[in-house]
Design a protein around this ligand. Sequence first.
Ligand code: KIV
Length: 297
Amino acid sequence: MATSKRTTVPAIRDHCLAVPGSSSAGSSSAAQPLVMVTAYDAPGARIADEAGVDMILVGDSLAMVVLGYEDTLQVTVADIAHHTAAVARARPSALIVADLPWMSYHISVEETVRNAAELIRAGAQSVKLEGGRKRLPMIEALISAEIPVMGHLGLTPQSLHAMGGYKVQARKSEAALELLADAKALQHAGCFSIVLEGVPDEVARMVTESLDIPTIGIGAGRQCDGQVLVFHDLLGLEDRVPAKFVRKYASLKSDAVVAVRQFAEDVRSGCFPDDSESYHLSEQQAEALSLYGSQPS
Ligand code: KIV
């Protein structure tokens, strides 16, 4: 669905209505699945946008993949705003979604709206937050302040300690039904889309088929209305063994090491820079300079 025009929140929200009677990416008559990728800076946003993605997520994965923290709990609203502004400066046609970091929407409705507004002013068109029914007062306040909200259910990395690790969620039928109730409540509150992370394929399908708004999966099988991956994971910008659900489309870390090693070798052997990579004086200026006793080479 990517075009040169700016993708809007209503276009994403109404994605499932694009083909009447369809809300499942698994169905042959379904609209084309939505594509979201994370980006944290202007070059990343340009790459994602030229590749034709529908949405760019300035995720709190920023903490781990860019800022070198152990988990996502360390990033602040200021960090996300700084990187959202960089993404926005690339002027992508993809919709920009910015993550509300941990503790930016947990304390009060007022703080939630103020923090989300900072991300919108930085250039996001919408915000994403984690959690189900217990987040409803915050979600409702954001929506009534005209700030579009994407939900995030299942494995919610900001609940790392409460979950006891990064574990697939909703493996039992009771938990799956709780997740479905959360998803319906988020839709009813006005969320335009919901990320489903780390849940069994069957659960993602049940939720997807029960909603009119699109689900975007990560580690949630192929039945969602769209998929999201982390930029650095899909490009292989790190050596670490990726999670089961990551498909690596390139190995840019090893390509980058080869390139930088070659640069180091060229500097040390004296073959960088060469003549064509250097600036030169005109003959007249070189001659004038040599009159002062210095002989440019
Ligand atoms: O922060 C992030 O990258 C995310 C995606 C994994 C959905 O929330």
